[in-house]
Design a protein around this ligand. Structure first.
Ligand code: 4GX
Length: 222
């Protein structure tokens, strides 16, 4: 899969996407990720990308010309252009699955008070929010989307990692889990897990996952 990102803060992307599973996916060619600086499409000597809103009010908006030129330069036939902003539809695992089936994404991160509305109207195929809180810019939301989508691409996770995810636990929170030692500072791991009785263990895990989901996230059961 190819993912392009348009941002005013390309340096923010250096660390998080060069570690661990995402790093491995990039190295193996499963994810082709490119970060682009919106300022490269500014026309004036000061490389201006923002301007004051018509009608007055606080803050600045991303002006349309650099965004239109950048998106025209970066988009290809099958590219899905996605804006990141608090006004988007709420990002979720099912949207991550939708996006993982695409060939080509262009993530456009909001800054300042947002975009000129014509960017939305003319260029965006979708608009996503990662949750109901206010961040300083859209770089972290873009990285959240990239991370959640990349781990769903074929071949990115090892068999162990992905088969466990695909098992009964889908749609439920994880059950309590323990590793050695079986007793630690007076706290014991449940006997059933240590017992080695596989059918009992599976039954216990399923019950615990359901109970935890019912107690903490009943919305997931609906
Ligand atoms: N999920 N932010 C975007 C600027 C902005 C404001 C309005 C477009 C319209 C966020 C989130 C988020 C802060 C990124 C405001 N862009 N983005 N930025 N939550 O809080 O996606």
């Amino acid at each position: 899969m190819k993912i392009d990102v348009l941002t005013l803060f390309p340096a923010m992307f250096a660390g998080p996407l060069d570690e661990s599973i995402i790093h491995r996916a990039r190295q193996r060619g499963l994810l082709d990720l490119k970060i682009h600086n919106l300022r490269d499409w500014a026309r004036d000597r000061r490389r201006t990308v923002d301007d004051q809103p018509f009608g007055g009010g606080p803050g600045m908006l991303l002006k349309p010309e650099p965004l239109f030129e950048a998106i025209a330069a970066l988009r290809r036939e099958k590219t899905k252009v996605i804006l990141l902003s608090p006004a988007g539809r709420k990002f979720s695992q099912s949207i991550a699955r939708e996006l993982a089936a695409e060939e080509d994404l262009l993530l456009v991160t909001g800054h300042y008070e947002g975009f000129d509305e014509r960017v939305r109207a003319a260029l965006a195929d979708d608009e996503l929010s990662i949750g109901d809180y206010v961040l300083t810019n859209g770089a972290l939301p873009a990285m959240v989307v990239i991370d959640a989508v990349t781990r769903l691409l074929p071949g990115v996770l090892g068999d162990d990692e992905s088969s466990r995810r695909e098992s009964f636990s889908a749609g439920l929170l994880e059950e309590p889990q323990y590793t050695r030692p079986a007793e630690f500072r007076g706290m014991k791991a449940p006997d059933v897990l240590v017992s080695g009785h596989h059918a009992e263990i599976e039954k216990w895990r399923r019950e615990q996952a359901k109970r935890r989901t019912r107690e903490r996230r009943p919305d997931l059961l609906k």
